[in-house]
Design a protein around this ligand. Structure first.
Ligand SMILES: C[S@@+](CC[C@H](N)C(=O)[O-])C[C@H]1O[C@@H](n2cnc3c(N)ncnc32)[C@H](O)[C@@H]1O
Length: 196
């Protein structure tokens, strides 16, 4: 609520409609990332932000897209399954104003994260429990194919990593770089085994 009040946006879960709540039971319920936790995770990333694209799979009302725009990312992309949440995200992107904003290339896409084609750019992939295990496995298989076709630096920031074994078992050859009980950071970089 504080974040929404400060920035005149609508990103809380409190105002999510009954239909989206019900769908959340079958997919993954909308819950926005806490701003302080997000900034802590960003501080742990060993990257030059202006060389990376930020992608949030399961971006809901888009709070992380607004938070990510405080960093000089090349661009910021959110992918959300539910049209009603996606529409709110678009409104938030359009109305957001902050003196802290450093990235202005913000985009919200409405599609199933398991069908999303990753941009062939250095990327920070943000996951806050958007998918059940089968869906996360499909996303990791897509990422593996994308890295094979376009080897590049990719960091996966997994917030509340309840299915972390899916990342560590993935053929995408990700290496765990950092983490706390709240998040894990995995990386595919030029030092990774398959990147040559
Ligand atoms: C825990 S919320 C995270 C919201 C946002 N990433 C954040 O951190 O503020 C998970 C989101 O994933 C979305 N979601 C669930 N299944 C999805 C799918 N297959 N593709 C894209 N989004 C999905 C839900 O609708 C929900 O908005």
């Amino acid at each position: 609520m504080e974040y929404d009040w400060e920035h005149r946006v609508n990103t809380t879960s409190g105002t999510v409609g009954w239909r989206e709540r019900l769908l959340g039971v079958f997919h993954s319920a909308y819950q926005p990332t806490d701003p302080a936790a997000f900034r802590e995770m960003m501080a742990a990333l060993p990257i030059l932000f202006d060389q990376f694209t930020f992608v949030d799979l399961g971006s809901g009302k888009g709070r992380t897209l607004l938070l990510a725009s405080e960093y000089p990312f090349r661009r910021v992309v959110g992918v959300e399954l539910l049209p009603a949440l996606h529409r709110v995200a678009q409104e938030n992107l359009a109305s957001y104003k902050s003196e802290a904003q450093k990235c202005f290339a913000l985009e919200a896409v409405c599609c199933d994260a398991t069908d999303f084609s990753f941009p062939a750019e250095p990327m920070v992939l943000y996951l806050f429990n958007p998918l059940p295990e089968s869906g996360l496995r499909r996303v990791m298989a897509n990422l593996e194919r994308s890295l094979r076709a376009h080897p590049r630096a990719v960091y996966v920031l997994y917030h509340n990593p309840v299915l972390e074994h899916v990342l560590s078992e993935s053929a995408a050859a990700l290496t765990k770089r950092d983490g706390t009980h709240q998040y894990s950071i995995y990386a595919f970089t030029k030092d990774s085994p398959r990147s040559g």
